[in-house]
Design a protein around this ligand. Sequence first.
Ligand code: FES
Length: 131
Amino acid sequence: MMCLGNEPAGHRGCIYLLLLCVTYSSLCLQVQCCRQSTEIVSAARMPYRVKVSAGKRYAWCACGHSKKQPYCDGAHRIKAPSISPLRFTPEKDRMVMLCACKETKNAPYCDGSHFKVIFQDLVKSVKGIFK
Ligand code: FES
């Protein structure tokens, strides 16, 4: 860790946090580069709470370009041709949280990954302050 000398102990914590943010934001830039190549975008920062019906087929938007979130409207054919919607059929009627950030590892359901997206937004904001 870098020590800047005679700053108060509280400020040292801020510097460590800043270094952590800068390191993390450079990782975020790498993630964005990957995202551009796959053409996936985050539709929203929080999941969609929707009611699904047993036996009905749904097509969850995996690319984030649909205007009928969280479901597919065919936008991937033009905006993200390499991405297909995820089709699923619930076994029973229930309320579910469908992912909107498109970062979930448990598609189509939210797994909390949107907190990572929110944190990335925060890092970008902090970075903007220190430009
Ligand atoms: S909205 Fe994508 S993981 Fe929660």
